[in-house]
Write a protein that binds this ligand. Structure first.
Ligand SMILES: CC(C)(COP(=O)(O)OP(=O)(O)OC[C@H]1O[C@@H](n2cnc3c(N)ncnc32)[C@H](O)[C@@H]1OP(=O)(O)O)[C@@H](O)C(=O)NCCC(=O)NCCS
Length: 185
């Protein structure tokens, strides 16, 4: 498949099963950084696990559901964004993201997520894009805010991790809000 320039040094591309070795090597760099903040099935330890993640997303994409995209910075896979879910009938999706430590604070994730949301609204005609994060995930909440999302509520103690239960924030942006913000820009 083709890749989309995010800016001069970075591209967004569909992350597929054939990228398993590259994804596993990236996961070695990202694992401990993302572990507290993402779904535990996403944090794999070896090549088989990495391939399993890519296969799971490929199968869900084939059914017009979840989708996974990588971000390459200077040619190296440093993270990515995804549709955690996509419900074409219900008109909703959930977007997610991660990067390895060296790529954090580089401004890569927000435009990558914006690309997915724009596609969801403009191309697929969805109405609502959600963002779920741990309540204490300040950097993730900041991405949602930069995307123009509204913090709609908190699911109390719904995120088990490390023997504790954490709150989950639910953020969302609606298609008319997205279009109005684009027009204002
Ligand atoms: C959540 C996460 C992806 C956010 O990454 P991020 O790098 O903070 O987000 P962005 O890519 O949008 O970058 C914004 C930052 O880059 C900075 N930046 C640097 N160069 C920039 C540029 N050219 N353009 C825009 N911003 C730039 C911004 O100032 C901002 O930094 P600040 O928050 O310290 O002010 C990252 O912290 C992460 O992977 N965390 C672990 C996994 C995780 O939590 N995933 C989300 C689960 S819900």
């Amino acid at each position: 498949m083709f890749s989309l320039p995010l800016r001069d040094d970075a591209v967004l591309f569909p992350l597929e099963v054939r990228h398993a070795e590259e994804f596993a090597a990236h996961m070695d760099r990202a694992r401990e950084h993302i572990r507290p903040w993402v779904g535990q099935a996403f944090v794999t330890d070896d090549l088989d696990g990495a391939r399993g993640t890519l296969l799971r997303y490929a199968e869900r994409q084939a059914a017009d559901g979840a989708r996974l995209y990588g971000i390459r910075l200077d040619g190296k896979l440093v993270g990515g964004v995804m549709f955690v879910s996509l419900d074409a009938v219900g008109g909703t999706c959930e977007v997610g993201c991660w990067v390895e430590p060296a790529a954090e604070g580089r401004g890569l994730v927000t435009p990558a997520c914006a690309t997915l949301i724009e596609w969801a609204f403009a191309e697929r005609g969805l109405h609502r894009a959600e963002w779920h994060c741990r309540g204490d995930n300040v950097r993730s909440g900041a991405v949602a805010a930069r995307l123009g999302m509204t913090l709609e509520g908190t699911l109390r103690e719904s995120w088990p991790f490390g023997g504790e239960r954490h709150d989950t924030q639910v953020w969302a942006v609606l298609a008319p809000e997205w279009r109005a913000a684009a027009s204002a820009r």
